[in-house]
Design a protein around this ligand. Structure first.
Ligand code: PMP
Length: 415
């Protein structure tokens, strides 16, 4: 992201937005819920829930082809969501904003529709060792289909990308670089603008997995200079089943459709079908209309608070969380990069991460445990999994206190 400050240890003033999130106001196992699992899926503010409900209650119909009033309303709502999201990420035109069901679908679309027709045996696709499975497996599949080879950029013991190795790897055999903006397992922020410059000097297109980038700082795809940027609505306080693929118009224009069906065509004949213009060429079938209405409301909500404020708040809180966790005897922090966002993974000596997760849940604290869909990261650090606390704009120091107290208690039970 472009806006993260470098001041991780300043005091964390609460953004005071908890009241906006109804799911946070409940008891779990007799204790007020502390939600520290937003990297998996973020809670939704009331304005998002209301926008979806209002649309479902008053405006719902299928989009694009109807002449009746409700269809016009639904189309307006859906297309104005596209425009909100275009502005949010600073895409140049609406043609560059393809709606999908999530980051996973966005990456698969690029692998199949952009990479597959261009790849030949011996070509290379570069990914990093810290990628989520969604930014590994689609490339493995396309390598299997084409005879291309997957090359992995190493990371170091702090969970940082080895940029010198990447520089060496990006040679004329490389047809594509696919890299995460922020690692969901480690929290590492990769220097995407620099990486894109490096790749483009060698005419290598870059896809950025932005699933963990968009919720935590302002993302400007033009400033980053990437060719594709994929992200998910549910990580940015919107509904599940919504996602976005940003792609440069010239590249999208050249790509064949990913799926065929209604809405992605202009004319269908048995002797040949004419595909629709961008972005509809990539949106076959009835989309998740209410979901994107909700996502637009989430974008409005985030912009009202301000992405820079959110980034500053989360940085400060992450500094506090990391320090407090690191001070607990027996805790090993996994992911200690110089530039990080909103995630701290850790393991506790002699206690399985799942036991940690279960024990803190009994005290009302929700964290995620396991491999976080990043098994190669677990393999690198030689751990079966980690416990991971992830922060969002609604977390505050009280949440950190509650996690630390719950962990202390869990660890004492094993002594
Ligand atoms: N990439 C990263 C970095 C992620 O954190 C996630 C979700 N955990 C994904 C990709 C996949 O996102 P989705 O399941 O919403 O498609």
């Amino acid at each position: 992201m472009n806006s993260l400050p470098d001041t991780p240890f300043e005091a964390s003033a609460s953004l005071d937005v908890r009241a906006d999130f109804p799911a946070l106001h409940q008891e779990i196992n007799g204790r007020p819920l502390v939600y520290l699992d937003s990297a998996a899926s973020a809670q939704q503010p009331q304005v998002v829930i209301d926008a979806v409900s209002r649309y479902q209650s008053h405006d719902h119909a299928n989009v694009h082809r109807g002449v009746h009033t409700l269809s016009h309303r639904a189309t307006d709502a859906y297309e104005s969501a596209r425009n909100r999201i275009r502005a949010f990420i600073n895409a140049a035109s609406l043609s560059e904003v393809v709606f999908t069901k999530g980051t996973t679908e966005s990456i698969n679309l690029v692998a199949q529709s952009f990479a597959r027709p261009r790849l030949k045996p011996g070509d290379r696709i570069v990914v990093s060792h810290m990628e989520h499975h969604a930014n590994i497996v689609p490339w493995q599949i396309v390598c299997g289909q084409t005879g291309a080879e997957l090359v992995v950029t190493p990371i170091d013991e702090r969970g940082q990308l080895d940029l010198e190795a990447l520089d060496r790897q990006l040679d004329d055999r490389v047809a594509m670089l696919a890299i995460g903006h922020v690692s969901n397992a480690l929290g590492t922020i990769n220097p995407i603008a620099d990486i894109c410059r490096l790749a483009h000097e060698r005419d290598i297109p870059v896809l950025v997995d932005g699933a963990q980038g968009v919720p935590h700082g302002s993302v400007d795809v033009a400033a980053l200079g990437c060719d594709f940027y994929a992200f998910s609505g549910h990580k940015m306080f919107g509904p599940t089943g919504t996602g976005v693929l940003y792609g440069r118009e010239a590249l999208l224009e050249d790509m064949p459709p990913y799926q065929g069906g209604g809405d992605m065509i202009l004319e269908v004949r048995f002797d040949g079908t004419v595909y629709n213009e961008l972005p509809y060429k990539f949106e076959a079938g009835t989309p998740n209309i209410s979901g994107f209405v909700g996502l637009a409301a989430a974008v409005d909500y985030l912009e009202t608070i301000g992405m820079q404020r959110i980034a500053r708040h989360e940085q400060a809180l992450l500094g506090i969380l990391t320090k407090r966790l690191g001070d607990i005897p027996g805790v090993r922090l996994i992911g200690t990069a110089a530039h990080k966002a909103s995630v701290q993974s850790f393991v506790v000596e002699d206690i399985h991460p799942h036991d940690i997760g279960t024990l803190v849940d009994q005290q009302g604290v929700a964290i995620r445990t396991g491999h976080h869909c990043a098994m190669p990261v677990m393999q690198y650090f030689d751990v079966p999994g980690t416990a991971r606390a992830s922060l969002a704009l609604y977390n505050d120091e009280n949440d950190v206190d509650r996690l630390i107290a719950a962990l202390d208690r869990a660890i004492r039970m094993f002594q």
